[in-house]
Design a protein around this ligand. Structure first.
Ligand code: FAD
Ligand code: EPU
Length: 350
């Protein structure tokens, strides 16, 4: 197939973002090889036009039509090697994360089960260091391969160089622009240790639990709490859980002893933004075509034909209510995309 055949002009982005925001791009193209990625990006950005790389669009909020080319990363392939201690996976950025988790389980390769059902592509996983149910990508990631689009130069970053943190990595900072993740290397230890510290997982028996049981339990928990984007547009948690110092946490916990909290390194404490929002009586709150999800207040949904700006209005309201009550300003986890590219979500929402 020639590159031209893959270009779709004036393409609808609604099926390409899980918020189901009805906007368009000048052009959309799927890229299946590194060479295609570089060639199409160069062509798309001639005459200073913007280009945006997307995986599954499950962590973005489009504010308006995109005045450039959207490149869908569809670089496929899974290579597996093993030694006595571990499996080593080299995975193309365009592979679907949940399918990778399921495939591994089918081949009795363990370690990814807690990260089941996280939407999105493998190449997006390192960007916000995806995490759920007590496991983060950082713990399993060996390296990330990127291509510097302007030069076409490929580079391998070790896990350390990725500067992983809670919902954060170097790919949100120094390497945010003009660097595309093309593959991810994972190391999955053969000495399997079930991670059962989180939520209903504590009900499982650590003595005889199987990876498949954890996978099934997680899929069930996620389905019971999180809205299916196919039914109600959303991008998962809209805000990050706030991390505050021990003093602030102590003050809050004196006033609200039932507030969930999680100890972090450096005497810091992570709070549950969903709990804070629910405490503001906003669970199920509706504003125009948008709503705070009625089972998970950290998720904002496109209930009916909402625009990106409608979601921003709801998010702003939620943020202000939480600040008024708890003196804490929530930060968006979702990336905001304007007509020319990513915009500063904190500024937009302020
Ligand atoms: P996209 O939304 O396509 O892209 C996200 C950002 O990364 C954009 O800025 C894009 O330009 C950039 N980007 C995409 N691909 C590349 C690339 N190859 N190279 C460079 N930049 C790129 N997240 C969690 O961590 N844990 C969860 O439990 C979780 N649950 C979710 C549940 C639901 C129902 C939904 C809708 C989302 C959830 N998320 C969760 C958020 C989301 O799944 C992750 O952020 C995921 O990694 C996004 O992948 P994506 O391919 O959809 O990224
Ligand atoms: N809670 C409430 N009310 C709510 C929502 C949550 O009281 O409406 C309470 C829960 O009862 C629990 C605590 O808050 O005590 C934490 O809730 P939950 O286990 O649902 O997780 P979360 O902190 O809201 C985070 C991630 C999710 C991830 C889950 C499971 C962030 C921003 N979100 O949510 O990731 O799936 O933990 O590990 O860290 C995402 O990033 O998009 C995402 C969905």
């Amino acid at each position: 197939m020639k590159n031209e055949d893959m270009l779709i002009n004036k393409a609808a982005l609604k099926p390409l973002n899980t918020f189901a925001i009805d906007v368009r791009a000048q052009c959309v193209a799927a890229v299946r090889t590194e060479k295609e990625l570089v060639t199409l990006w160069r062509r798309a950005t001639e005459n200073n036009m913007p280009a945006l790389v997307l995986g599954s669009g499950s962590n973005v909020l489009f504010l308006e039509d995109y005045d450039g080319t959207v490149l869908l990363n569809r670089i496929a392939g899974i290579m597996i090697r093993e030694n006595a201690d571990a499996w080593y996976l080299h995975v193309g950025a365009g592979e679907v994360w949940h399918d990778l988790v399921t495939t591994c389980l089918d081949y009795q390769i363990t370690g990814l089960e807690n990260l089941a059902m996280i939407p999105g592509c493998v190449g997006s996983a390192p960007i916000q260091n995806i995490g759920a149910y007590g496991v983060e990508l950082a713990q399993l990631c060996e390296y990330v391969d990127i291509i510097q689009l302007k030069t076409g130069v490929k580079r391998r970053l070790s896990s350390n160089e990725c500067e992983f943190n809670y919902r954060d990595s170097i790919f949100k900072h120094d390497l945010r622009e003009h660097n595309v993740i093309v593959a991810v290397g994972l190391r999955l230890a053969k000495a399997w240790r079930p991670v059962l510290d989180y939520g209903d997982l504590t009900l499982l028996n650590i003595g005889n639990v199987t990876p498949r049981q954890i996978y099934t339990a997680i899929c069930a928990m996620r389905c019971s709490k999180l809205p299916d984007p196919a039914l109600a547009g959303n991008a998962g948690s809209f805000f990050k859980n706030p991390i505050i110092d021990a003093q602030g946490a102590e003050k809050l916990l004196q006033r609200y002893p039932d507030a969930p909290y999680y100890f972090q390194p450096n005497s810091r404490v992570k709070l549950a933004a969903g709990w804070l929002i629910e405490r503001c009586k906003l669970k199920g709150y509706r504003l125009g075509g948008t709503a705070v999800h009625d089972k998970q207040a950290l998720v904002l949904v496109n209930a009916y034909n909402a625009t990106g700006w409608d979601i921003v209005a709801l998010a702003r309201h939620v943020r202000q209510q939480v600040a008024q009550r708890f003196d804490l300003w929530l930060e968006p986890e979702v990336r905001f995309i304007g007509a020319k590219g990513e915009v500063d979500a904190l500024r937009v929402i302020a």
